[in-house]
Design a binder for this molecule. Structure first.
Ligand code: NAP
Length: 249
């Protein structure tokens, strides 16, 4: 069964982790996939992995010219966009009193500004009935040490999603937030979890997550596929938590 046959999907941050798993799933289901990210080598490796004629466009989501280039590419090559997965994001953990302006700006520029202007740029080329999926974070709902800025940068996305879901409803465009709990991706290394610290990190996570483990990128990709496909045709404006139940503890 090809649930996304004939659709064009853009996945920001599609060269790693959750975005890569989603790009793979979308392509497997028949979508023409376009991925973005800043690292060309990672984009090249991801394209080889995804297959199915996927394309990549390198750029920084903090740069509005990049978003215009993505919209122009999907419009000129494929006539429009059916699935926009605004997923690129960064996270650093620092107590609020130690956060400097550069760290604050880096998270808000990528997570918040990058998502806002990405959706603004793609909007004119979204086809009626399209699906917009935005990666939030459980950190916006559940307080976690050192996450104030990251949580704030992602909390704004919940407000954006509600506004966009209402604004675009006349064109049957659905807009939903996908909020992961801890997922086993490269973001953990970028957070400074060293390989030797992984067992104790995973044990601490397991104790905090009812299902007793980190999530896998493919499990987030399955949720993104649900939101991208007709299986969620009456779903808009929601926050879909995929967190192993972490929010309830
Ligand atoms: N893993 C988790 O535990 C977790 C939990 C909650 C939420 N999330 C969210 O899930 C999303 C995906 O993260 P992940 O876990 O899959 O981490 P990841 O493997 O580190 O992937 C992050 C992706 O974002 C891209 N990216 C980062 N900054 C960018 C920028 N300025 N411009 C363009 N692309 C940029 C990266 O590509 P380049 O480096 O090549 O630019 C990469 O493809 C993020 O929004 C993250 O905040 C993750």
């Amino acid at each position: 069964m090809s649930r996304l046959e004939g659709k064009t999907a853009v996945v920001t941050g599609g060269n790693s982790g959750i975005g890569l798993a989603a790009a793979r799933a979308f392509a497997r289901e028949g979508a023409q996939v376009v991925i973005t990210g800043r690292r060309q080598a990672a984009l090249d490796a991801a394209l080889a992995d995804i297959g199915h004629g996927a394309l990549a466009l390198r750029g920084d989501v903090a740069d509005t010219a990049h978003h215009r280039a993505v919209a122009e590419l999907v419009h000129s090559r494929f006539g429009g966009c059916d699935i926009y997965f605004a997923n690129a994001g960064v996270n650093t953990i620092t107590p609020s009193e130690a956060v400097d302006e550069a760290e604050y700006d880096a998270q808000f520029d990528t997570n918040t500004r990058g998502t806002f202007f990405g959706v603004q740029a793609i909007r004119p080329v979204l086809r009626d009935g399209a699906s917009v999926i935005v990666t939030g974070s459980l950190a916006s709902e559940k307080r976690l040490d050192g996450h104030a800025v990251y949580a704030g940068s992602k909390a704004a996305l919940g407000a954006f999603v509600k506004a966009w879901a209402a604004e675009m409803s006349a064109r049957r465009i659905r807009v939903n937030l996908l909020s992961p709990g801890p997922v086993d991706t490269a973001i953990l290394e970028k957070l400074g979890v060293a390989p030797q610290d992984r067992p104790s990190f995973e044990a601490a996570m397991a104790a905090a997550i009812p299902l007793g483990r980190l999530g896998r990128p493919e499990e987030l990709a399955d949720a993104a596929l649900f939101l991208a496909s007709d299986a969620s045709s009456f779903v808009t404006g929601i926050d879909l938590r995929v967190d192993g139940g972490m929010a309830i503890l």
